[in-house]
Design a protein around this ligand. Structure first.
Ligand code: NIG
Ligand code: FE
Length: 404
């Protein structure tokens, strides 16, 4: 006997196949021990539905999707950077602000000065926005500490957020985000990451993956490669902020190391998409940062699509380039700004977001997967993607438990 059964649902399973959104009309989802035990038409259940599950919920034709997954956030930070927003409106570029000591460095200073409790409270407030939109898994990066103590503080806060609420958190160490003020050489800082910071963080079990910022204002491909080699030697998967503001060959490097994802990609050379496809590296598209920095070169979606690179969509929630806590808005922007289809956008916050985190137990509604679901006041999947600033979530199911 199943624990829970939802009936009369429009189910967007998001599994791969011939049917758009993996749709099951007039569907049912059965849950047992926190996992999906059945998904299919109600009529195929047969017999008396009351005999099949202890608890039956008739959702009256509402839409059920996998719980949403945000695979790229920098959720834990202190301070705010609206002054930089104003400066950019007056003509300063993101790079100029960074060179003048603002940007990531400004958030590093504020985050170093904040207590673990302050960071936790601020991040928890932001996290509630994600939970309210049906998010069941979220990735959180460090990278606003840039010293061992603060990077650990951020990652501990990220882990504590998981303990506190019905949400799954995947942590990513982003030490190679910017040059901290104690160092005047990027090479020396990369040595410190490889020899001390990353091994210490790994020993504490604080990172599920390792990321870097490959950019003129970040680190070179040679420097990122050293970080990747260290990560691989510790058995940690890698990902990369690549080709956001210029083409540095970061996506090629990511593919060479079998990275889970390469993220941003506005300046990706279309011919590098093939290397990503071959390596199974997911393209994580971040329309919030593109929009907020008023960039004008969208990522080469046609090349990603034609070479078969899986595309994910994420908020990139951070204080400087994407102060956004709405994955639903990110799906809308991925369509309007980057030209994704609504189905691609929804796959971007479900199936492909799971792949970008190396998770194979969530992201679609299929027997054996975690029962992480979102139930919506909607009849068609595109109703989630089309509106701006509306949230039709009715309920979230986390590991089979219906959350308030
Ligand atoms: O993903 N590109 C680097 N990191 C962030 C921005 C961080 C910041 O400006 O604080 C991003 O866009
Ligand atoms: Fe980012």
């Amino acid at each position: 006997m199943w624990d829970t059964l939802f009936i009369n649902a429009e189910i967007a399973t998001m599994r791969l196949g011939d049917v758009p959104y993996g749709l099951v009309p007039d569907g049912a989802v059965g849950i047992k021990d926190g996992e999906i035990a059945y998904v299919g038409p109600v009529r195929e259940l047969g017999g008396d539905i009351g005999d099949v599950a202890r608890e039956v919920h008739d959702v009256g034709g509402d839409l059920i999707t996998p719980g949403l997954i945000d695979c790229h956030t920098h959720l834990v930070w202190a301070g705010e950077r609206s002054g930089e927003f104003e400066a950019r409106l007056l003509g300063k570029s993101y790079e100029e602000i960074s060179a003048a000591g603002g940007g990531i460095k400004a958030t590093v200073a504020a985050t170093r000065g904040a207590s673990e409790e302050e960071l936790f409270d601020a991040a928890m407030t932001r996290l509630q926005d994600f939970i309210a939109e049906g998010v069941t898994t979220i990735e959180i990066k460090s990278g606003y500490g840039l010293d061992i103590a603060t990077e650990m503080k951020i990652l501990r806060v990220a882990r504590a957020l998981e303990d506190e609420d019905n949400i799954r958190v995947r942590t990513t160490f982003l030490g190679a985000h910017a040059l901290p003020p104690e160092f005047d050489s990027t090479d020396a800082y990369i040595d410190f990451i490889c020899n001390e910071m990353l091994p210490a963080i790994h020993t504490e079990g604080l990172a599920d993956a390792v990321d870097g910022f490959c950019e003129t204002i970040g680190f070179s491909t040679e420097q990122i490669e050293r970080v990747f080699k260290t990560a691989v030697s510790l058995g940690l998967p890698v990902k990369l902020h690549a080709e956001q503001l210029s083409n540095q060959g970061g996506a090629r490097l990511a593919a060479k190391y079998g990275a889970l994802s390469a993220d941003h990609l506005e300046y990706l050379a279309p011919e590098d998409a093939a290397a990503m496809a071959k390596a199974g590296t997911v393209a994580v598209l971040l329309p919030g940062a593109y929009y907020y920095l008023r960039e004008d070169q969208p990522p080469p979606v046609a090349a990603l699509r034609s070479t078969g690179v899986n595309m994910a969509v994420a908020t990139d929630c951070n204080p400087g380039t994407s102060p956004m806590t709405s994955p639903l808005l990110a799906t809308n922007m991925a369509c309007t700004l980057f030209g994704l289809t609504a189905e691609e956008a929804l796959a971007g916050v479900t199936r492909n977001a799971a792949a970008a985190l190396g998770l194979d137990d969530c992201g679609t509604i299929e027997p054996g997967k975690r029962a992480d679901l979102a139930i919506w006041d909607a009849r068609r999947p595109a109703e989630l993607v089309a509106p701006i600033g509306q949230n039709p979530l009715l309920a979230r199911v986390f590991g089979g438990v219906i959350c308030p």
